[in-house]
Design a binder for this molecule. Structure first.
Ligand code: ADP
Ligand code: ZN
Length: 209
């Protein structure tokens, strides 16, 4: 089964992708996490991507499409995968088609703009393993420490208020059109994001079945 999680930044795609990974045994592929690791390791792709990411813009399609293609060719993707943060543009969706990838379902997590801003400001991320938390909605067991790997949690540069505004604008312009794109293909399932992460997870898992 190949799934796509769609949604604005802060809608909870990453959190829900982790839940599906755990419950369904499908690997989660986050282009955002792959890019962030590339930036951290100062690889050629990372150096190329950094300025786009820091300003809240998208990394050019050809770069991200190349990354995705390599990732889904790996062994753990043979039985399916969950795409978190890809595609983010119509050309990226067309590229998936061109690769011969059959998408079974696209889960669109919808959250009102006001809530998005509140969520992003409370977000904390693990720089070591990429896991994300929220001080209020999804706190780690120990404050400031990653449950998974013990890493020290941080506020991401792109969660700064001015960058958040830019990321939301980019989402509306470039990514939101994918909702209609997949609706037209009969693949779209809409999930309304709930106050409690676990309530959203229930709806997401129902949508996956
Ligand atoms: P978000 O919280 O905005 O969903 P991500 O961790 O998914 O953040 O991605 C971080 C940044 O990486 C994005 O703001 C964007 O610059 C870049 N990025 C991630 N995925 C893509 C993609 N599919 N296409 C273009 N840029 C991407
Ligand atoms: Zn961690």
């Amino acid at each position: 089964m190949n799934l796509i999680l769609l949604g604005a930044p802060g809608a909870g795609k990453g959190t829900q992708a982790e839940v599906i990974e755990r419950e369904c045994g499908l690997p989660q592929i986050s282009t955002g996490n792959i890019l962030k690791a590339a930036v951290k390791n100062a690889t050629p792709i990372g150096l190329q991507a950094k300025s786009f990411m820091d300003s809240g813009a998208l990394v050019p399609d050809e770069v991200v499409i190349g990354i995705l293609k390599d990732r889904i060719a790996e062994d753990d993707c043979k039985g399916g995968f969950i795409l978190d943060g890809f595609p983010r543009t119509v050309p990226q969706a067309d590229a998936l088609d061109a690769m011969g990838v059959i998408i079974d379902k696209v889960i669109s997590i919808e959250v009102p703009d006001e809530k998005i801003t509140k969520r992003l400001s409370g977000r904390r991320a693990c720089p070591d393993c990429g896991a994300t938390y929220h001080v209020e909605y999804n706190p780690p067991k120990t404050e400031g420490i990653c449950d998974k790997c013990g890493g020290k949690l941080v506020i991401r540069d792109d969660d700064k208020p001015e960058t958040v505004i830019e990321r939301l604008k980019t989402y509306k312009e470039k990514t939101a059109p994918l909702i209609d794109y997949y609706k037209a293909k009969g693949k779209l399932v809409t999930v309304i994001g709930q106050e409690e992460v676990s309530d959203t997870s229930k709806l997401v898992l129902e949508a996956v079945k």
